[in-house]
Each structure stands twice: as structure tokens, then as C-alpha cells.
Design a protein around this ligand. Structure first.
Ligand SMILES: Nc1ncnc2c1ncn2[C@@H]1O[C@H](COP(=O)(O)OP(=O)(O)OP(=O)(O)O)[C@@H](O)[C@H]1O
Length: 238
């Protein structure tokens, strides 16, 4: 059951812990993580390589489950769902943007964008029109029937952003979305996030290594030694 009141945080992590075992040794990646994210908020997640940023995204999207604590998205405790239910929940309510675009090479640009609508059984004529409008907005109308390999990295990533938002997810998870782009393409993608995510009031968690990119968010969090800390725009963790 999805809660819809705006006073309820969209994302809640209650005392979440996650460890991995390697060679008989336990590696504690997340110790006791607490997090609240409101609807419409944009959070940047910083942290050194291996600190657990992707692990946090995997837990929030229900790809992974915590060893202890609870992950609650829009009032739904993910631990209480079966794997199949978590997959359906993720498909319907969460959009993803990855560092390496992850467009499907055998599908055209338009087909890639429409895929989340197809997977959730919500593909309509209006949805196709909206997807074409978004393609126009990112200046790629004439590439609707091209295949991803024919587009530059920056163009592919702009398509990936539009695809992630096509089914109007309530939560967008972006894992280093500008990490593989040159400065100019990176700025275009960030501009697109700023316009589309803000316009649609989507909640976003953006993983980045860049303090400059992080500062576009409403709030910055840093993972250090298994804990999440609020970080000031000046860069100091508190
Ligand atoms: N499925 C797994 N099995 C074993 N160890 C894992 C698994 N997933 C993650 N880890 C380990 O957990 C730690 C955190 O990984 P994670 O990918 O979350 O880090 P990250 O902060 O996203 O790193 P990067 O910035 O390099 O992408 C790493 O030491 C990683 O090796």
C-alpha cells in the first residue's frame, strides 16, 4: 500500500546494517544508517570508492536487503515483500540512471524510452506522444529511430535520463550519471536533471564523486566508515 501524504518521508532507512563476507571475514559496509528523504527532495550521496554508496542505492531499490534494520519506501517496508513483489515495486516506482547509460542496443532510442512504460503495462498513445516531446526537448527528435551505438555518450545519457523518468517514478536513483562524460556533456545532463526532476517534483538520490555536482542538491550526505553524515555545502561533514 503506497502512502500518498506529503508529510510522510518517501524514503526511510531505520538503523540499517549491511555486511559482506569475504574469505571468512566480515566486512561491515553499513553499520547503523538512518536516513529520511522527503518527497521532491534531491539528495547527493558522496563517499570514497568502496564506502557503500551503491550498496545504499541497492537497498533503497530493493535489489538487496539489509542484514538488520528496515528500508521503507512510501510507507512500504521492502523487507516484507517477496522478491517478485520488490521487482514489480521497483519497476513501477523507481527510475535508474547509471554511469554507463545501459540503453538496450537492439532497441531504437524511442523503444528504449518506452520500455519502462511497456514493462509496467502503461504504454498509451499519450505516453508515446510525451516520449516524443521529451526527445524534442533534449534535441534528439531526429534520432528516435536510431540505435544507441550511433549516439555520443552525452546523447545516450540524456536519453537514459528521459527513459528513467518516462513512467513518472516517484524516486530517481542516479549512480555517477556524469562520471563517464566530458565536462560539456556532463553539464547538459545535469541541466536536464535540474529541469525534469524539479518540474516533475521527483525525489532523487544522486551518487557522485564530485563536490561541484553534489552541490546542486537540496542536501548532501557523505558515507564514512559505515555511517551517513550530513555534509555542509562548504564540504565539511557534520
Ligand atoms: N555483493 C557483494 N559481495 C561482496 N562484497 C560486496 C558486494 N557488494 C558490495 N560489496 C563490497 O562493499 C563495499 C562497498 O561497495 P559499493 O559498491 O557500495 O561502494 P561504492 O561507494 O559505491 O564504491 P564506488 O564509488 O567505487 O562505486 C566494497 O568493499 C565492495 O567490495
Amino acid at each position: 500500500m503506497i502512502e500518498s501524504t506529503s508529510t510522510v518521508p518517501l524514503v526511510k532507512l531505520n538503523d540499517v546494517g549491511r555486511s559482506f563476507w569475504e574469505g571468512g571475514q566480515e566486512r561491515v559496509v553499513l553499520a547503523a544508517v538512518h536516513l529520511r528523504i522527503c518527497r521532491g527532495e534531491w539528495i547527493s550521496l558522496l563517499g570514497r570508492s568502496g564506502s557503500g554508496k551503491s550498496t545504499v542505492l541497492n537497498l533503497i531499490s530493493g535489489i538487496d536487503l539489509p542484514d538488520r534494520g528496515k528500508v521503507i519506501i512510501a510507507g512500504t517496508p521492502l523487507n516484507d515483500l517477496t522478491e517478485r513483489q520488490r521487482t514489480l515495486f521497483r519497476r513501477e516506482h523507481i527510475g535508474f540512471v547509471f554511469q554507463f547509460y545501459n540503453l538496450i542496443p537492439s532497441l531504437t532510442i524511442l523503444e528504449n524510452i518506452l520500455l519502462p512504460l511497456e514493462l509496467t503495462g502503461s504504454l498509451t498513445r499519450e505516453g508515446t506522444t510525451a516520449a516524443r516531446d521529451l526527445l524534442a526537448e533534449i534535441g534528439l527528435s531526429d534520432r528516435a529511430n536510431s540505435y544507441p551505438d550511433y549516439l555520443s555518450g552525452g546523447e545516450q545519457q540524456r536519453v537514459a535520463v528521459v527513459r528513467a523518468l518516462a513512467h513518472r517514478p516517484m524516486l530517481l536513483l542516479a549512480d555517477e550519471p556524469t562520471g563517464n562524460l566530458d565536462a560539456e556533456s556532463g553539464l547538459q545532463v545535469l541541466d536536464l536533471f535540474t529541469r525534469l526532476v524539479r518540474q516533475t517534483d521527483t525525489t532523487m538520490i544522486l551518487v557522485t564523486h564530485s563536490a561541484e555536482v553534489a552541490q546542486l542538491a537540496d542536501r548532501i550526505m557523505t558515507i564514512k566508515e559505515g555511517r551517513l553524515m550530513a555534509t555542509s555545502l562548504g564540504g565539511e561533514a557534520s
